[in-house]
Design a protein around this ligand. Structure first.
Ligand code: NAD
Length: 274
């Protein structure tokens, strides 16, 4: 699957701790979490113009709460029942070996951290965290508590008043008076400025950026490979489909994340005696 040119590059370059990986939903597909874009993605079943935006979800909740709850339950159940897959584990191993400096992820599923990765920059937040919408105070929710919340949503999915009570119970008011909400970034919302700055900082001295399992259709994450390339980094894109950066990358591996990362890992660890 890897051309001899890519193998050569990997052996020479992925050794120094100057490697950063930008990950997207394709990385967690093998863990059972569906992607939004791409073949079989959630947007084939749910209209992103409605389900991707807070305004769309709020308007739909007022008329047919069941449809909003079905979407939330669908997506959250896949996250709550997931476990890290070999891609997460290989990335965490590469960090421990001093090869990978950091992971910048668009994923909200916490699987990089669960697999042991430490330096993870979460551009779009974390599905297990809540934050105050006023003072940005944050808390992590236990998996069991979230499961219980999702079970209740499912049970009362057509009863708007009951659902509002459940939401108020699980997302209470903060001591500052603000209301807690889930700490994820929906379409049209801004990313945390400090998180984005940290992502750029990681790319300032990065020699190789691996863009793994993302369509690069969501901004500002999609700018990051351009930023790294302008500063001299080589870019490897791994995706079974063409991405928005395919024309600009140095190496493109048209393959599933699991297969490609296993090949890369073998390439780094098995000495070639040919
Ligand atoms: P995305 O832009 O990361 O697109 C998914 C990409 O994965 C597509 O380009 C697709 O071709 C590719 N892909 C499919 N199968 C793959 C495989 N086996 N190996 C490698 N790549 C594969 O993400 P999205 O799905 O458009 O979602 C947009 C945003 O929604 C994300 O940035 C994230 O914030 C959120 N989201 C998070 C998760 C998660 O946390 N696991 C899942 C879906 C969506």
């Amino acid at each position: 699957m890897l051309s001899s040119e890519v193998k050569e590059f990997i052996k020479k370059s992925l050794i120094k701790g100057e490697v950063v990986c930008l990950t997207g939903a394709g990385v967690s597909l093998e863990s059972g979490i569906p992607v939004f874009r791409g073949k079989g993605g959630l947007w084939e079943r749910y209209d992103p113009q409605i389900y991707g935006y807070p305004e769309g979800l709020t308007a739909l909740f007022k008329t047919t709460p069941k449809r909003v709850i079905d979407f939330i339950v669908d997506f959250y159940n896949s996250i709550l029942n997931s476990k890290p897959n070999p891609v997460h584990r290989i990335l965490s191993l590469l960090e421990r070996q001093g090869i990978l400096k950091s992971i910048i992820t668009q994923n909200i599923d916490n699987l990089h951290q669960e697999s042991g990765s430490r330096n993870v920059i979460e551009l779009h937040g974390n599905a297990y965290r809540i934050r105050c919408s006023e003072c940005f105070n944050k808390f992590t929710l236990e998996k069991e508590r979230l499961k219980e919340f999702i079970r209740l949503l499912k049970k009362y999915r057509s009863q708007r008043i009951k659902l509002l009570k459940i939401l108020a119970r699980y997302f209470p008011r903060c001591s500052c008076g603000g209301r807690f909400r889930i700490d994820i970034v929906l379409f049209g919302e801004n990313l945390s400025e400090s998180t984005l700055l940290e992502a750029y900082r990681q790319l300032d001295n990065c020699k190789t950026l691996i863009v793994l399992g993302t369509s690069l259709a969501v901004y500002p994450a999609a700018n990051l490979p351009f930023y790294a390339k302008e500063r001299g980094a080589k870019i490897i894109v791994i995706n079974p489909e063409i991405t928005n950066f395919s024309d600009y990358c140095d190496y493109q591996i048209r393959a599933e994340a699991g297969k490609a990362m296993l090949e890369i890992f073998k390439c780094l660890t098995i000495q070639d005696h040919a």
